[in-house]
Design a protein around this ligand. Structure first.
Ligand SMILES: CC(C)C[C@H](CC(=O)NO)C(=O)N[C@H]1Cc2cn(c3ccccc23)CCCCCCNC1=O
Ligand SMILES: [Ca+2]
Ligand SMILES: [Zn+2]
Ligand SMILES: [Zn+2]
Length: 176
């Protein structure tokens, strides 16, 4: 695993999130469920709590956007997506403003659990790793590995590398 560096951590354990818009690929409840499950993956191994809000600015703003035009308007960042395939989503390390936000490429076909598209739960769980301060892992089995691999959301268990990554190193105890 790797992190963005110790300072990029949330200074609090309860975070808010808001789903700003929805992909037409799935029903709203499937999107809500996928996002909630993806946050839960991390909540289960940390003291973090996630509270959903429906207006205003949340710590983690979640949106589906497209190319630089759509992207700029709906996201305000200059990392345009690349059409179908290629990059599926991106997210920002903890900080105010765009920090923590997760953007999904609307040109992708997101699915609830079928592998005939990209499983939103899997993509979101990866992105929220970034939102919480993790960077990429070189362990191909890790959730934070930079390329997408289909895993059944019903049986998904957070790999050990990611669990190690999200836990800050124990304070170095002075040797006895
Ligand atoms: C981990 C994922 C949820 C988020 C990552 C991006 C990321 O790290 N976000 O935080 C992602 O989208 N990775 C690409 C990486 C990638 C694979 N290829 C690419 C071709 C072009 C550009 C990028 C890629 C080869 C062709 C397959 C393209 C479709 C799948 N795409 C990927 O796996
Ligand atoms: Ca893309
Ligand atoms: Zn973006
Ligand atoms: Zn990533």
């Amino acid at each position: 695993f790797s992190t963005f560096g110790g300072e990029l951590k949330w200074p609090k354990n309860s975070l808010t999130y808001r789903i700003e818009n929805y992909t037409p690929d799935m029903s709203r409840s499937e999107v809500d469920n996928s996002i909630e499950k993806a946050l839960n993956v991390w909540a289960k191994v940390t003291p973090l709590k996630f509270n959903k809000i429906y207006s205003g600015t949340a710590d983690i703003m979640i949106s589906f956007g497209g190319d630089v035009r759509g992207h700029f308007i709906s996201h305000g960042d200059y990392y345009p997506f690349d059409g179908p395939g290629g990059t599926l989503a991106h997210a920002f390390a903890p900080s105010s403003g765009i920090g923590g936000d997760a953007h999904f490429d609307e040109d992708e076909r997101f699915t609830f659990r079928s592998n005939s598209g990209y499983v939103l739960f899997m993509v979101a769980a990866h992105e929220f790793g970034h939102s919480l301060g993790l960077s990429h892992s070189d362990d191909p089995g890790a959730l934070m590995y930079p390329t997408y691999s289909y895993r059944n959301p019903d049986t998904f268990v957070l790999p050990h590398d990611d669990v190690k990554g999200i836990h800050p190193p124990p304070p170095s105890t002075p040797d006895a």
